[in-house]
Design a protein around this ligand. Structure first.
Ligand SMILES: Nc1ncnc2c1ncn2[C@@H]1O[C@H](COP(=O)(O)OP(=O)(O)OP(=O)(O)O)[C@@H](O)[C@H]1O
Ligand SMILES: [Mg+2]
Length: 462
């Protein structure tokens, strides 16, 4: 819910920038400089956009795939990102998800996630696929919406027993920018109003057909000046009190499965405990999925819902075994399949779970045959330098003269990752020496303290 901006300081306003950035700078993820694929209007990667440096072919190929996914022409197919370690495969997959936007479900996982002692491997894959299929449910409903100005229950003698009173009806006044309306409502709706803890000053809507009551938030006329508050403030609704309102809900098939496998109880403390205990991963049966599919299909046929196929990203796909691969073939061919993106850094290797099948990338040829393959290239010295520069800016580090060259040299000799990894420790050395920026000598000292992967492997072999 969006809070109103009419007040000088909103109750949930973000912290002042100085505090916020100080808190965040210590927790920067390895890919936080990647903001997208950085392609121009023609889909060309001519410039270093969105934090992505070089890797032009791979970026353009991913751009084509993004277009295909957006135009719904890539469902049930797979993209394989293959290349040496540290060449930006994971970064490319994240960029794809950013290009698709938040509306398209993106479900990332790592190959080794399938090895659980509780859940079958195939079940983990099936669930990931279900979580990557979105459903947008759009309903236009007749509602009464407004700020509650009056809430008076009218009591009457209970006709059944001589004692006590019952609620005969309830009068609710609703106000919008345009006008007000007084409604006389059924006692069952009064129960719903009590359950939602609605008081005068709340903005609510009541569905005309079902009588379901929903509290949207508190009217911002009542906004207080507390610093901390759990309330959401909403502006006074526009238009008439009685109107047709489009209600949009985004869920995934995975959400529907889970909700139906575990029907919720009430709101009391016992049911909270119950749901905590049951939240250990229980299996959603194939039968339940079929039932959910049937209902979803009904919605789609009526035009109430729209299916949005999303993306499953399986990193380190060579960690899957032969059972998973055959199951993936089947999943890819099912009628409601999302797009699949794999990433691997293996060349020829043994397919897990077999003793004699050696296949390219450790992926059986029948699955490989269903993939579009995009290769990531190694980086040149100057590309390493540019990535290091972008990273240093994101991490808020200053680099002295010649440092970039030194790091680029290290990166070319060893790997891009090694060069990036040197940044943080070097900044510590610089601070210890009482300097605000990293100098070339810090990098030199790094070389004495730490080994890169290649040197380390060479020492062990000799
Ligand atoms: N072209 C690029 N532009 C900017 N940053 C990059 C680029 N390529 C890689 N990086 C950064 O380098 C680091 C290593 O890349 P990444 O983790 O994507 O490699 P990978 O191909 O997934 O490696 P692995 O096979 O070991 O999983 C990350 O921090 C990533 O954001
Ligand atoms: Mg990776």
């Amino acid at each position: 819910m969006q809070a109103s901006t009419s007040k000088a300081v909103a109750h949930n306003a973000p912290l002042p920038p100085s505090q916020a950035s100080a808190g965040r700078s210590s927790r920067i993820a390895p890919h936080s400089h990647i903001k997208g694929l950085g392609l121009d209007a023609e889909g060309l990667a001519s410039t270093d956009g969105a934090g992505f440096i070089g890797q032009d072919n791979a970026r353009e190929a991913c751009g084509v795939v993004v277009d295909l996914i957006k135009s719904r022409k890539f469902s049930g197919r797979a993209l394989l990102l293959a290349g040496a370690p540290g060449t930006g495969k994971t970064a490319l997959a994240l960029a794809i998800s950013q290009e698709l936007g938040a509306k398209v479900p993106f479900c990332p996982m790592v190959g080794s996630e399938v090895y659980s002692t509780e859940v079958k491997k195939t079940e983990v894959l099936a669930e990931a696929f279900r979580r990557a299929i979105g459903l947008r449910i759009k309903e236009t409903k007749e509602v009464y919406e407004g700020e509650v100005t009056e809430l008076t229950p009218t009591e009457s003698e209970n006709p059944l027993s001589g004692y006590g009173k019952t609620i005969a009806h309830v009068v609710v006044g609703l106000k919008t920018v345009k006008g007000t309306k007084q409604l006389r409502l059924d006692p069952t709706i009064y129960e719903a109003i009590l359950k939602e803890k609605i008081v005068v000053g709340d903005v609510i809507y009541i569905e005309a057909n079902t009588g379901a009551v929903k509290r949207v938030g508190r009217s911002d006329a009542y906004a207080s000046s507390y610093d901390l508050e759990s309330e959401t403030y909403v502006p006074l609704p526009k238009g008439d009190v009685h109107k047709r309102k489009e209600l949009v809900q985004d869920v995934t098939l995975g959400d529907l499965d889970a909700a139906n496998a575990r029907p919720q109880g009430g709101q009391d403390i016992m049911s909270v405990m119950g749901s905590l205990m049951k939240s250990g991963r229980t299996e959603v049966t194939e039968k339940l999925r079929r039932e959910v599919n049937k209902v979803v299909k009904g919605y789609v046929d009526q035009g109430v819902a729209e299916v949005i196929p999303g993306v499953v990203f399986i990193d380190e796909v060579h960690m899957l075994d032969i059972e998973c691969f055959t199951y993936l073939n089947a999943l890819l061919e099912s009628p409601m399949a999302p797009t699949v993106v794999f990433a691997t850094n293996r060349g020829h290797s043994l397919v897990r779970g077999t003793t004699d099948i050696v296949a390219p990338h450790g992926i059986p040829v029948d699955l490989l045959d269903r993939c579009l393959i995009v290769k990531t290239e190694g980086y040149t010295r100057e590309q390493v330098a540019r990535v290091v520069q972008v990273r240093a800016a994101v991490e808020g580090l200053k680099l002295g003269e010649g440092v970039l060259d030194r790091l680029a040299e290290e990166g070319e000799r060893s790997s891009l990752r090694y060069a990036l990894q040197l940044l943080a420790p070097a900044s510590i050395l610089a601070t210890l020496a009482g300097r605000g920026q990293i100098e070339a000598e810090d990098i030199g000292e790094m070389g004495e303290l730490f080994l890169d992967a290649k040197t380390s492997a060479g020492m062990i072999n000799s």
